[in-house]
Design a protein around this ligand. Sequence first.
Ligand code: LLP
Length: 376
Amino acid sequence: MKKTPYYSYDASLLRLTLEEAKKAMESHESLKGGCIHYALKANNNPQVLATIASAGFGADCVSGGEIRQALNAGFPASKIVYAGVGKTDEEIIFALEAGISCFNVESVEELRIISEIAVKEGKTANVALRINPNVGAHTHANITTGLAENKFGINMEKMADAVELALDLDGIRFMGLHFHIGSQILDMGDFVALCNRINELREWFIFKGVELHTINVGGGLGIDYEHPEHHPVPDFASYFKTYSTHLRLDKNQQFHCELGRSIVGQCGSLITRCIYVKEGTYKKFVIVDAGMNDLIRPALYSAYHKIENISNPEGEQELYDVVGPICESSDTFAKGRYLSSTKRGDILAIRSAGAYGETMASTYNARPLAESEFKL
Ligand code: LLP
């Protein structure tokens, strides 16, 4: 067995998830020929990326580093989109040279700089403008991004000026619009609200006779953290049906989305070992060898992850706090959680850790980064 803690990825579940996502999108006439850009920020493990690339997905990147990883994993440049509020000149040059398919531009100043650099490099940058649709998502405050006045995107009332500028600037080819309202969204009503907003904005384009080639709705489909065993594959059917039903697309318009969590979330577990069981005055602590540096979501977002004692799956249920070894009280994976009776040496699996687990890891407390296994 590998040295704990480590991330364990289930390759067959990943492949099944990819198939289901593609099938669900392609079952709708209006979405056919669209592209699911996998959001690398969710998980950039090389084997995970290679599997997603070979299934024909595109990539959604937010840095030059992610573009490089996407290219190395086999994603074609023609299927890479690049978002982010702070693209540096070096990153813009790199993306232009790589020939990525689209820059998702988040501010007017960024648009002018991309134009300037593209002209200097003798290239044309395909650009979609990220519009802040002022649609609230029912999710954690830290991961809601679509509401007004926030660092992401261009506010709706500034859209018309930004589009006209994009059409006017040298070195820029205006492709369409980009949106993203938040993450871990399970209420399809939030996506319906986004569709309604996009349909409203579309009127302006029709009125002006400006063509929209692409509509990129971002990511955000959530997963079942409470019962991953019941829903190992997220509800792609409802997600794509929502867009096919509510988003008005013309024949020549291409649908794009950027799913991260729903592609990889359920495919990964963080495997950890119980080092000690501390009997406190009122509670018992299971102290494990994984810490918040390996999986920060519980500490950062109070996120729930299911935990199983896989050494003693049938054991009597006992109430524990499951904590890591790091010198911070927030280094806690679960409080007052029922687990099979646990003793030193038992192996625990922290489920649904495939998204925003390994990618958000750090070496805090001089702890080495966890290794990973890719189970075929
Ligand atoms: N597109 C854009 C522009 C995004 O900002 C994001 C995620 C995605 C796509 C992918 O969203 P997804 O399908 O994964 O929901 N670290 C947090 C999540 C942060 C999400 C940031 N943006 C977490 O662990 O819950």
